[in-house]
Design a protein. Structure first.
Length: 274
């Protein structure tokens, strides 16, 4: 195992997966979700992860959050091995987990209350982040009164109120209509530029990944391995209809299509033998 002191790229990276594999027991034997992943994420980077269903994208996020442990290899955070859940790493799921019996402000305050933050401070921070996501007028509203996009912004404000070092996002916009998703792309890009957070964003949508990311990495179908990495050097703000964005998306899709075919063949073969 390399030590941080003798390995410069470990010292210079916010997050590292070093020779990481993760396996799970399954009815058919051991299921290898990830195999020998080596990945470094810089401070303040917006990294997007794409790949076919079953390639281990969500497993990567769980590992980076400290909610799961690798079967082999090491997760590093700020140059130190991560053995337990990291309080500075916040994970936002597609299922937002907002509480319908609390109003918007109370939802944003919830994590702060669990941390023992006093009422005056947590209310002030909640209102600061509601302003950041343009929801100040709705702080007394309840979750059922909000649109899907507004709920996503509440979840984002709740995460940001905890002032995390790393924001981990697991397909947060997948269930939204195209117009709402485009608006939230703009919001997230603006917030990232203002807060300088390190973001790791998982998506099935390659154009979304190119729209948002500084870098896009592609995982292979199971077992998930690092197939390719693409630095996205397009100027910001970006737009989904930009010709260069479309060209870069096509380049990634050309490599992704083979992995999707493997996923489809695997499912078909499973049905044939069932």
């Amino acid at each position: 195992m390399s030590s941080v002191s003798e390995t410069p790229w470990l010292r210079e990276s916010k997050l590292i997966l070093e020779n990481v594999s993760r396996s799970f027991p399954s009815p058919g034997g051991t299921l290898v979700a990830l195999e020998n992943i080596n990945l470094a994420v810089k401070e303040g980077e917006f990294l997007c992860i794409v790949g076919p269903s079953g390639c281990g994208k969500s497993t990567v996020l769980n590992l980076l959050a400290g909610l799961d442990r690798p079967t082999s290899g090491t997760i590093w955070a700020d140059g130190h091995p991560m053995e337990v859940p990291h309080k500075g790493h916040i994970l936002i799921f597609q299922e937002l987990g907002l509480f319908p019996w609390l109003n918007v402000r109370e939802n944003v305050e919830f994590g702060l209350r669990m941390q023992g933050v006093g009422e005056k401070e947590r209310r002030g921070r909640a209102r600061d982040y509601l302003r950041l996501v343009h929801l100040s007028r709705f702080e007394d509203s309840y979750i059922h009164q909000l649109s899907g996009g507004m709920k996503q912004r509440v979840a984002l404000a709740r995460a940001l109120a905890l002032e995390p070092e790393v924001l981990l996002m697991d397909e947060p916009f997948a269930a939204l209509d195209a117009q709402t998703r485009d608006l939230l792309h703009e919001e997230l890009e603006r917030i990232w530029a203002e807060t300088h957070k390190t973001i790791v964003f998982v998506t099935h949508n390659v154009r979304e990944a190119v729209r948002l990311g500084d870098r896009v990495i592609l995982l292979t179908f199971r077992p998930g391995r690092l197939k390719s990495g693409f630095f996205v050097e397009l100027p910001r703000p970006r737009h989904l209809e930009d010709a260069e964005l479309i060209r870069t998306t096509r380049e990634i899709l050309d490599q992704l299509s083979g992995e999707i075919n493997k996923a489809v063949e695997s499912e078909y073969n499973h049905e044939e033998t069932a």
